[in-house]
Design a protein around this ligand. Sequence first.
Ligand SMILES: *[C@@H]1O[C@H](CO)[C@@H](O)[C@H](O)[C@H]1NC(C)=O
Ligand SMILES: *[C@@H]1O[C@H](CO)[C@@H](O)[C@H](O)[C@H]1NC(C)=O
Ligand SMILES: *[C@@H]1O[C@H](CO)[C@@H](O)[C@H](O)[C@H]1NC(C)=O
Ligand SMILES: *[C@@H]1O[C@H](CO)[C@@H](O)[C@H](O)[C@H]1NC(C)=O
Ligand SMILES: *[C@@H]1O[C@H](CO)[C@@H](O)[C@H](O)[C@H]1NC(C)=O
Length: 457
Amino acid sequence: MAHSLPSKTFFFVPATLALVTTLSILFYIFTTSTLFISHPHKHKLHLKQPYVSFQPSPLTPNPPLNGFKNGSFLLSEKSPPNAFGGGGNEDGTVSQLSSRSHFGPKGSSVSNIDVFHDGDVFLEDYREMNRSFKIYVYPHRRNDPFAHVFLPVDFEPGGNYASESYFKKALMKSHFVTKDPRKADLFFLPFSIARLRHDHRVGTGGIPSFIRDYISNISREYPYWNRSGGADHFYVACHSIGRSAMEKAAQVKLNAIQIVCSSSYFVSRYFPHKDASIPQVWPRTGDPPDIATCKRNKLAFFAGSVNSPVREKLLESWRNDSVIFAHHGRLKTPYADELLGSKFCLHVKGFEVNTARIADSLYYGCVPIIIANYYDLPFADVLNWKSFSIAVVTVDIPSLKKILQQITSDEYSALQRNVLKVRKHFQWHVPPTDFDAFFMVMYELWLRRSSIRISNG
Ligand SMILES: *[C@@H]1O[C@H](CO)[C@@H](O)[C@H](O)[C@H]1NC(C)=O
Ligand SMILES: *[C@@H]1O[C@H](CO)[C@@H](O)[C@H](O)[C@H]1NC(C)=O
Ligand SMILES: *[C@@H]1O[C@H](CO)[C@@H](O)[C@H](O)[C@H]1NC(C)=O
Ligand SMILES: *[C@@H]1O[C@H](CO)[C@@H](O)[C@H](O)[C@H]1NC(C)=O
Ligand SMILES: *[C@@H]1O[C@H](CO)[C@@H](O)[C@H](O)[C@H]1NC(C)=O
């Protein structure tokens, strides 16, 4: 017993010292590490819900949710009443944003569906993104013989793959770019797949080696690639060869964020959890047409080359139909007339899941029918595609007419009103304008930013 007191003291002092030291270290880590800072994905709402075929069902009106009744969330802060487009009444209330209750698996009625999974969370996050998001764009050497591959194009982008060029042009004119890599949330790899493809020194076959060399160069010249293995880097490509372009640069494919038009999660090179879809948009200048006056006499419309089994099946079923107009090849009438003269416009998988047809339909106020299994639809994290489009799985092509005829005129009007609300998200502008395709892509990137760095470069 006499020995017990000194021996207790003997252990007590170092034990206390150890405890104090441990607590200090923990406190130091807590105050300096980003590990404890709120996780950027905590607001991420809808992780890619599978979106399959439309289930016609009896119309059951959804009661408006209380918080949404008067649309007051839109009127807070400085946002203009029509920030989300189309839905605002004269007094600034937004009647169409009145219900979120359709999210049950039954998804009964489209009549009162909001175009956003959660509009107020999106708006709050968007503002934060707009305020704080920073991108570092890797520069190129002054005399780089491939400078044109890294610079934004000096003309108005056109054609099927314009989205790639528009993104870079808009980014370089935006307030997101920082010259200080320490402030950057993400790093942009500014190579253009479209320009490499047309550069005879590289060509389609040479792109994978070019990208491998490029990544090797920036990982030697800068510390940022190695510290994350490329996880906080991204590139943008609209042509589908963009995916195979990463064949010799495995880290780009596996770690970096790929923003691509051909966002099929059936192919092994695209990972919907880290990558994101950018809409393919055939650019049109001027304001969208006034769709209020047009008469939509046809039920549904498709025209295009028959280059896939899905399109073959469509033609096989509907080639001679009187209300579903499925046309092989070029039209004799103007394309716009068909988009304005049909209630539904068909987007049908060709070589790839994506085409410009979805953006075409939205522009002309036609409700898109999406027949492209495994298409990771653009902005699906934010937009509720069920509110403005209908997905039909390939096996249901023979029932297409029945599916479309079961949609009541009220449901159709709701779908079309929502088409008009979302179409601004499928348009590009230079310089970019709030909520356009550029800002939506930035938002998708923001959801994917990472706060964890291996070391402080
Ligand atoms: C509008 O909605 C807010 C939030 O739910 C509520 O506090 C407010 O009383 C409502 N105003 C009117 C006029 O209904
Ligand atoms: C986004 O930022 C730009 C530039 O600071 C500003 O003009 C615009 O109003 C902002 N948009 C929103 C919705 O906060
Ligand atoms: C990589 O760096 C080398 C040496 O500076 C240069 O010759 C080459 O063009 C660069 N390649 C790419 C794709 O940037
Ligand atoms: C990054 O890693 C590569 C491959 O291990 C190495 O060659 C390169 O020097 C590293 N870069 C830096 C900046 O340390
Ligand atoms: C459509 O019409 C063509 C020629 O008139 C005919 O050969 C074909 O069998 C018809 N197809 C269908 C699905 O009825």
